[in-house]
Write a protein that binds this ligand. Sequence first.
Ligand code: GLV
Ligand code: MN
Ligand code: MN
Length: 410
Amino acid sequence: MTDLHIDIDRLIERLAALAEIGAIAGTEGCARLALTDEDRAGRDLVVSWMHDLELNVTIDGIGNVVGVMAGSTEGAPVMTGSHIDTVRTGGRYDGNLGVLAGLEVIETLRIANVTPDRPLAVAFFTDEEGARFPPDMLGSLVYVGGMGVEEAHAITGIDGATVGSELDRIGYLGSAPLPGAAPHAFVELHVEQGPVLETEGLTIGAVTGVQGISWTEVTVTGQSNHAGTTPMELRRDPGVVAFKVGSFVHELAHELGAPQVATVGRIEMHPNLVNVVPASATFTIDLRHTDNDMLLKAERRTKDFLTAAAASENCTIELRSLARFDPVIFDETVVCAVENIATAQGHAVRRMPSGAGHDAQMLARVCPTGMVFVPSVGGVSHNPAEYTSPEDLEAGANVLLHVMLDLAAT
Ligand code: GLV
Ligand code: MN
Ligand code: MN
């Protein structure tokens, strides 16, 4: 069985077919924000492939889709998977690779007439990106019981729609029970989305865990007024508070040093006109660190600065937590399996933490979990230019195949 290997052409064909849905013209990337019409079309295509592979497909109340291949014994499956929603300016590999490589593993086993000892499951989880409906990893969070389904349905997105109504509208409000059954183990293949593997000339990352994530939405309210007539000392300008905070978190991340990162990724001003001092500014702060104490420190420093900046502009602030997840450490047996199998397959491999959030970090709450990373050219992701070479995709999918078989034999 060790000579079993996946068909890279078939995997790339599926990646290309899925990338046509929500394709961003003139690029290789796609826009399939969670629970939009494009997400529905992508889901329909992947579900049709699951049926082609005769998987037993279930959909739960948060729209997670799980396809199961029977094993020679019953019991909890070894699960793989990821997400097929994207950010609005996404690449074709982020998430999609993990799901389609899972289908490729199943197809490889079917063609070779291999029945694994345990069932194998391929899942795609709803709204991993959290770009439309925060928090990120929403579907897998609900799957593991970290949030109730009613609370999740009530979440309002950046366009005012709610998760529950959009799930219903696109036909993915399923009835499989939540929380979902814990798998025997979970392993997710994903592109690194950072520069480490490429820079070090390595093919496989054995992921040791995921850094902590803190997302906050800040609304600053001041006094809208005439840009020409209002003297500077009489202004209450929320835009100034937003710019100062954006600059502060950037400097803070430099001061605290790697792996601290900080991003202001979304900002909206009202009324957003050239000659009007804004009435309000709403923006997001994304802070991440592998050490929870350091993350708490960055959160405290940011809040203190924000409070002082708002006071100095005589503005009021409102904070809303969009996501807060502690750092996660993956299971040593799964990390070892990834490392050993990648090495046995002749790949240069290193252990590394993940900078991005992943569904695996939620599954780690209920079963032994790990991840396989493959290089991202130029470390570029959340960008239509995201790219991973066919050779690296093939290497990652073959590691996934054999890690799953290994875990299914235990
Ligand atoms: C989600 O994928 C994130 O890391 O922002
Ligand atoms: Mn992803
Ligand atoms: Mn992503």
